[in-house]
Write a protein that binds this ligand. Structure first.
Ligand code: PA5
Length: 446
């Protein structure tokens, strides 16, 4: 179970302040539970874990996996951006052996991503790689109109059709999109692609436990049932109206209290490089949900101990604008003991007999105390180990916390009006019909 430890905030807040903010958190929790807040038609994510475990979707994902296995597909290109990319990418990174591909120890196809940038170099190199592999693709876009994945899909689709022929290519393409709307839906219907639906009530950044995240996770050979079981456990825990036992209420409360005290940046900290993309997923979840109406906690991230040698100086004694949230994994899944060295030229024999993870853990504790001394409050979000079950717990925990926290802040967690501005400018500059006047005005400013 995810545990939230607020001890590292004790010297920055007092009991009365915390009690008062808990009352506010409970009010926001009620709004979310009773579905009375802004954006309440986007709450389908709340029961995705339990509903998906009960339904037949997982078997349908497994049928795609088995069909592509029969074709000996060894590379799946997952195309999507934002919420249609980050959850799957996070799961693949968190649950894979760091060197599985180099060691060739897995039979599952390799999952690579596209459509999350507009880099020509990236797409050319993807084409180079596809030529060496047996390829299928999953294209994911709720709106079905997002430029980055649409451009990547056009290129991958053409490659598949040129390589395997149109009919076979259609069997190697699966679309995840809206039930009725959008160009991707129309194209899928016309070309006869297998399609999975993103429900209207599930927004992009809350969609990791819909086909958006789950299909790539199944295709990558990961334990999707365990992930959903972990998420379901948190679905139950985080539905409790309980300030003592609901970690989502505790986390949402404290981050708002620290924000109200002028700390406008939250730094997500991990000591495990497999969680770098959990941080990226978390940044989108909170950044896009809370950063609006000129409000919001800026979500940043670091990976320690790596970044103690780059960002550590700023965190320790740069501008006092931040607090830290450490996602702490209590037990390593592997064991490696540092041995004594007869010559001890590096002077490290005091570490002999210790596990590497003990060094990592002491670095975590030492950093916590140093940063608190430097004026940086620290929360800890702890899981016992890193596996599919606990990753599911973390996904759900952060989603629920985000809903509560955004309502505390007074914003609609489920819209993203600010994302449109760059798109309009880009379309105008690229010469999209209908944008001529805007293009002229923009060109004059450049
Ligand atoms: O959270 C969101 O809504 C966004 O980040 C979207 O996921 C992202 O813009 C991609 O949108 P779409 O799935 O419509 O292509």
């Amino acid at each position: 179970m995810v545990k939230v430890n607020l001890g590292g905030c004790n010297s920055f807040v007092n009991d009365a302040e915390y009690k008062a903010i808990l009352d506010k958190a409970l009010e926001a929790f009620d709004v979310l539970e009773n579905e009375t807040g802004a954006g309440n038609d986007f709450l389908g994510w709340k029961h995705l874990p339990s509903r998906t475990l009960e339904g037949s979707l997982i078997s349908e994902f497994e049928a795609v996996r088995d069909c592509w296995a029969a074709k000996k597909v060894d590379l799946v290109v997952v195309i999507g951006i934002g919420g249609s990319y980050l959850g799957a990418k996070c799961a693949v990174e968190a649950l894979s052996h760091n060197f599985a591909r180099q060691m060739k120890t897995t039979d599952a196809p390799e999952i690579v991503f596209a459509g999350h940038n507009l880099s020509e170099e990236y797409l050319c190199e993807l084409m180079d790689y596809m030529q060496t592999k047996n390829v299928a693709t999953v294209v994911i876009s709720k709106s079905g109109t997002t430029t980055e994945p649409a451009v990547a899909f056009r290129i991958v689709k053409q490659y598949l059709e040129n390589t395997y022929g149109k009919a076979e290519a259609a069997e190697r393409i699966v679309a995840v999109t809206d039930a009725k709307r959008g160009a991707l839906k129309s194209l899928s219907t016309q070309e006869g692609y297998k399609t999975f639906v993103i429900e209207d009530s599930v927004g992009g950044r809350f969609s990791v436990m819909s086909p958006v995240g789950l299909l790539p996770i199944v295709l990558g050979g990961f334990d999707v049932r365990a992930l959903l079981e972990g998420a379901k456990a948190m679905e139950e825990q985080c539905a409790k109206r309980c300030t003592e036992c609901n970690p989502a209420i505790q986390y949402a409360a404290m981050r708002n209290l620290l924000y109200n005290k002028g700390l406008s940046t939250e730094v997500f900290v991990t000591y495990n490089p497999k969680l770098v993309f959990l941080a990226e997923w978390w940044k989108q979840l909170f950044g896009e949900s809370e950063g609006k109406d000129l409000k919001g906690i800026f979500p940043a991230s670091v990976t320690y101990t790596t970044d103690l040698h780059s960002m550590g100086q700023f965190v320790q004694d740069g501008a006092r604008i931040m607090f830290e949230t450490v996602v702490s994994v209590e037990k390593s899944s592997r064991s490696l003991v540092i041995e004594a060295d007869e010559q001890n030229l590096d002077g490290l024999n005091f570490l002999a007999g210790k596990h590497v993870e003990e060094c990592n853990h002491m670095a975590e504790l030492g950093t916590k105390l140093a940063h608190i001394d430097g004026g940086v409050p620290q929360m800890q979000v702890a899981v016992e180990k890193l596996d599919a079950y606990t990753l599911g717990e973390l996904f759900y925990f952060f989603e629920k916390s985000c809903g509560i926290s955004a309502y505390m802040l007074g914003v609609n967690p489920f819209n993203q009006p600010g994302v449109e501005a760059y798109k309009k400018n880009m379309f105008a500059l690229l010469g999209k019909p209908g944008y001529e006047d805007m293009a002229a005005a923009l060109q004059a400013r450049l």
